[in-house]
Design a binder for this molecule. Structure first.
Ligand SMILES: Cc1cc2nc3c(=O)[nH]c(=O)nc-3n(C[C@H](O)[C@H](O)[C@H](O)COP(=O)(O)O)c2cc1C
Ligand SMILES: [Mn+2]
Length: 514
């Protein structure tokens, strides 16, 4: 079962003991973030066992928190809603991510009907598929309250996450930069539309508050929000943009999913929750937003007017550099009568975003396998902060196959940003960090088995020699075969014969070893 809005998700977490309410007044400046950070590193609430795909870190994340009294703000703030495996699964309405992976695979690999009868049988499927797209409806609860001239961003519990966020004279921001706030939109969907095709995009991008009505839009140059903005800039036009908190919880995940450009996150969310997302037209801009949202900020981006954004304590565990980004000016704020604003913090892992990344890892595995059939499984280890490390296992059938897989991954959408790739054989469990690193130690001749390439790098990477450009490393930890350079025969891995294992099982009690 998936939830129709954030409210019912929060209520459910409350009922099952996964949410704690904080009634004491808390400061949106650093205090909420410090509490959320502790929660992310605490033992997980609930009793779901660690998933097999994460034996090391699967039981962290504490409780979701609802801060009911945020200093200076009109609305409460929720954090850590997706901050464990269990809560992410609940939010996505499934018991295992693989259920969604199977659903996605059906779209990507449809069985093509050949006979007329088969085609007729497929009709209900097609109708169901068509029903997953977003629908525009006349009115929505997200517009119970509409404020235009008196809309004020300080009413929102926007948080400052880390001490040097937005600090003048720090990490590339000039000391005399115009004043802004260090507060951020951290857990919202950013809605835009391409001016030429009308394609909608939803991305999760952080947005820094400048003052009562203005903000700075931090979308990476490689992401769709930036692409849309460049299109408006080329036409000399401003871009309508909506910031949306809440709505169907699948939307929050869909905004983070690495879909190819022009593949609609709203359609994807529809597939994930099994029905189309209802949208309502915005009040002051030509865009549509989820009818069930909690809060919507409408406005225009001026691509010509760039303002300072950052520095920001980022998911890398470091501050990312300040830079200039397009400014946004609010024209309206609409919301429910009693909205809740979700927020998140990022930083040294684990944080809430880790589980969204893990959902992506599992849901996109079938699609990655269609693109690169050699792949058996892959893992993004927690301490790799998404793309610093990727472990991949392959069924190896010919020389230098691991290098082909590396090149393919570096060409596959956002996987292109994988900085250090480790490729192992199919019989290695990629979710077992020790086993993977054991194979790196054992199977690698560094000069022969390491490949470096140059290419685009995640813009948040501070170690690359250039902004968004640098090198990547592939480590081939598979067993080497002829044709892969100077190779001696690889020995067999140590294992006991099956019958001895069974004999020892049988006789265990006889040994008196407990
Ligand atoms: C908590 C969180 C914060 C993020 N912040 C940003 C951000 O500030 N800018 C950005 O470009 N991507 C950010 N991302 C990553 C994008 O949401 C993600 O890459 C998404 O797939 C981009 O969608 P798009 O391809 O439609 O642009 C963030 C992700 C998460 C989970
Ligand atoms: Mn997109």
């Amino acid at each position: 079962m998936s939830f129709s809005d954030l409210r019912s998700f929060i209520d459910h977490l409350d009922r099952i003991g996964q949410l704690k309410r904080v009634r004491a007044e808390v400061d949106p400046i650093l205090e909420i973030a410090a509490i959320a950070d502790r929660m992310n590193k605490a033992p997980a609430a609930g009793d779901l066992p660690a998933p097999a795909t994460d034996p090391y870190h699967g039981r962290l994340g504490g409780h979701a928190l609802l801060f009911e009294n945020v200093k200076g703000a009109k609305f409460p703030c929720a954090v850590n809603l997706f901050g464990t495996y269990e809560r992410t699964l609940i939010g996505l309405g499934v018991e295992r991510f693989e259920e969604l992976a199977e659903r996605v695979q059906q779209i990507a690999k449809p069985e093509v009907p050949t006979t007329l009868i088969e085609k007729m049988k497929k009709l209900p499927d097609l109708a169901r598929m068509a029903a997953m797209g977003p629908k525009v409806v006349r009115s929505g609860i997200c517009q119970q309250v509409v404020r235009t001239d008196d809309a004020n961003l300080f009413d929102l519990p926007l948080i400052q996450c880390w001490p040097h966020d937005g600090e003048p004279g720090y990490a590339g921001k000039p000391a005399d930069a115009p004043a802004d706030t260090a507060r951020y939109v951290t857990f919202a969907g950013i809605y835009t539309k391409a001016p030429d095709t009308g394609t909608r995009n939803v991305g999760m991008y952080r947005i820094q508050q400048i003052d009562e009505r203005r903000m700075a839009c931090h979308w990476h140059v490689h992401h769709d929000g930036a692409r849309h903005c460049r299109k408006y800039a080329a036409r000399g036009e401003k871009m309508p943009l909506a910031i949306v908190w809440g709505g169907e919880p699948v939307l929050t995940y869909a905004a983070t999913a690495p879909l190819p450009p022009d593949i609609s996150e709203l359609l994807f969310a529809g597939f994930l929750c099994g029905h189309g997302i209802d949208l309502v037209p915005c009040k002051t801009i030509p865009l549509e937003v989820p009818a069930n949202a909690e809060i919507v900020v409408e406005g225009w981006v001026d691509p010509q007017n760039r303002v300072w954004e950052g520095p920001f304590g980022d998911h890398t565990g470091f501050y990312s550099w300040a830079d200039q980004y397009p400014s946004f000016e609010m024209t309206a704020m609409t919301h429910r009568r009693d909205p809740v604003m979700p927020a998140t913090i990022v930083g040294y892992p684990p944080q809430e975003d880790y589980y969204l990344g893990k959902a992506t890892e599992r849901i996109f595995l079938p699609l990655l396998k269609i693109l690169i059939p050699d792949i058996v499984d892959y893992d993004l280890p927690m301490w790799g902060a998404f793309h610093n490390f990727v472990f991949v296992s392959i069924r190896k059938e010919y020389p230098l196959q691991a290098r082909r897989v590396m090149s393919a991954i570096w060409g596959a959408g956002q996987m292109a940003f994988s900085k250090i790739l480790v490729v192992v054989d199919h019989d290695v469990n990629v979710h077992d960090e020790q086993e993977v690193m054991f194979m790196v130690g054992a199977n690698v001749d560094p000069r022969r088995d390491i490949m470096y390439v140059d290419g685009p790098i995640d813009i948040l990477d501070h170690a690359s020699p250039y902004y968004a450009a640098g090198s990547k490393m592939g480590i081939d930890a598979t067993r080497k075969i002829p044709g892969e350079g100077l190779v001696r025969e690889f020995p067999e891995r140590l294992t006991m014969p099956e019958e001895i294992e069974r004999l020892v099982d049988r006789r265990w009690s006889e040994y008196g070893l407990g």
